[in-house]
Design a protein around this ligand. Structure first.
Ligand code: FAD
Length: 482
């Protein structure tokens, strides 16, 4: 019997073997498979993976390479324009078709169009399968047939579509090509570390294990404990109350379907307990829904009236925020957690982002760009949707006039200052009462705690009430909503 023609399994943001419909379809009928990853920074332009994400990607590709090799078909790494690399590999191997998980970033959709065109010219297909979302964005529609702009009806609609399908198992064995073309060595890809730059990610590995095994272990840890207390635990940045799955989901080392069913399965007697967590998975879906239908979201305000917002760009203020030196302990703790581990707790992301945009009047795009470079989970959909939500310019945004008070937020969600003490050690010895407002502490208390305001730890970059009033005045100056 003639050997079936091979297929290319093109890995992009689904760096896993289990529940991977593209890999499964590529290997269908036992045909030979060439697993491929292409680093194509040019296509992504400004949205090429940032520094922290490149650290993650390198380890994740190493793990994927090991897992694929163990199943018999090693991963081929390549670098360059995908519309050239992929058709050339298909040609060289005689592949019948190319299979990949569908992507939703505007640049990636445009690239897939070009790749499909180039493959089509040689009589080959690019087949894109649902892999990184529960539902395709265009299948979730309101009663009037339009896309959703508000989360709650969107979430209701997705839930109304029924339970997501059960995840697919990983293939036991893959049949390799007899003579696969040569690829690049992982170390030759421009990922991490960057030659000549300091090793700022040295602590990442103490918290994270990129790759499918790491994702499974992280999910297991969440199911073994925090999942039952998630409704409250998710708001306490000083404890491990959330799943920590975001970078694994970002790179598709685990699928949202796997997470969904695992959480449901862990709480069989109490489905209500699963709701707050599954609601967050749906926020992720909603962010993609918005990005798909509003591709301008990463760059421009979704609400027109916010396009004219009178931000006051100031490099020194932006830098103070980036370095965790605003003088507001909860903000600074968050920014330092981000720098040290490539991740920040969601509650603190909200406080820190709001502080930058409202108190410091810096453009949300400057904050989102910093997050893009420093988050291991930097995700174009969730990052830009969340920044627009905080800035008030998103379709379903927090009202702009609601300005988070960083002192009260700190006192509410980190009452004993556990989180602040961990990431802002200069304040570690301050009593709880002053931990979120050191500038109000009596001189003797500061001296006793070894805090030298203005020298060691900074004074507040702006007074809360003054910052709030200035933000609201800026809002009042905007044109009225249409
Ligand atoms: P869990 O609480 O365990 O939630 C489970 C999963 O649900 C997460 O892994 C994530 O995939 C998803 N999720 C949770 N909250 C949200 C949300 N608000 N929006 C969309 N998806 C959500 N998340 C990213 O994955 N990438 C980003 O680049 C990103 N940027 C953000 C920027 C700002 C300004 C803010 C306020 C939030 C941002 N988020 C982003 C959302 C959220 O902060 C993270 O997903 C969450 O903190 C990840 O931690 P976790 O995995 O422990 O979350």
């Amino acid at each position: 019997m003639a050997m079936p023609r091979p297929a290319l399994a093109w890995f992009r943001q689904d760096l896993r073997l289990a529940d991977n419909p593209a890999l499964r379809a590529a290997a269908e009928g036992g045909r030979p498979v060439l697993p491929v990853f292409v680093l194509d920074d040019a296509a992504a332009g400004p949205w090429a993976a940032g520094g922290a994400a490149r650290w993650w990607l390198k380890s994740s590709l190493a793990a994927l390479g090991r897992d694929l090799a163990a199943r018999g078909a090693p991963l081929l790494l390549a670098r360059g324009r995908a519309e050239i690399v992929i058709p050339a590999l298909a040609e060289a191997t005689g592949a019948a078709e190319v299979l990949a998980g569908r992507l939703y970033e505007p640049w990636a959709r445009e690239r897939d169009r070009r790749v499909a065109e180039a493959l089509g010219a040689a009589g080959r297909d690019l087949r894109l399968l649902t892999s990184t979302l529960l539902r395709e964005p265009e299948t979730v529609r309101s009663g009037t047939g339009r896309p959703y702009a508000v989360y709650s009806p969107f979430a209701k609609s997705v839930i109304g579509m029924g339970e997501p399908e059960a995840p697919l198992p990983a293939p036991d064995r893959l049949r390799p090509l007899a003579t696969p073309p040569p690829g690049e060595a992982l170390d030759s890809l421009p990922l991490y570390p960057v030659p000549g730059e300091p090793d700022w990610a040295r602590d990442f590995g103490t918290l994270w294990q990129p790759g499918e095994d790491g994702a499974t272990a992280r999910l297991g840890r969440f199911l073994a404990g925090p999942v039952t207390g998630y409704a409250n635990g998710r708001n306490d940045p000083g404890t491990e109350g959330t799943s920590g799955l975001s970078p694994h989901l970002r790179w598709g080392e685990i699928s949202p379907r796997q997470v969904w069913h695992a959480v449901r399965g862990a709480l069989p007697k109490d489905p209500e307990l699963a709701k707050p967590f599954l609601g967050e998975i749906l926020w992720r879906e909603f962010s993609y829904h918005l990005l798909f239908h509003r591709p301008e979201m990463p760059d421009r305000a979704l609400r027109d009236r916010f396009a004219a917002f009178p931000f006051q760009p100031d490099a020194a203020l932006l830098q103070a925020w980036q370095r965790g030196r605003t003088g507001y302990p909860i903000v600074d703790a968050g920014m330092r957690q981000l720098w040290r581990f490539g991740w920040m707790h969601n509650r603190v992301r909200m406080i820190a982002a709001s502080f930058l945009v409202k108190h410091l009047l810096q453009p949300w795009q400057a904050g989102s760009a910093w997050f893009w470079d420093t988050l291991v989970d930097a995700d174009l959909a969730s990052n830009s949707a969340s920044w627009q939500w905080i800035a008030g310019s998103g379709t379903d945004a927090a009202p702009y006039f609601r300005v988070f008070n960083p002192v009260l937020q700190g006192e509410k969600f980190d009452p004993e200052g556990r989180y602040v003490r961990r990431f802002v050690p200069e304040l570690a010895r301050l009593p709880d009462r002053w931990i979120h407002r050191p500038w109000e502490a009596p001189a003797a208390v500061l001296a006793g705690a070894g805090v030298a305001l203005g020298r060691g730890y900074p004074r507040p970059a702006i007074d809360h009430a003054a910052g709030r009033d200035r933000a609201l005045a800026a809002l009042r100056g905007l044109p009225r909503a249409a």
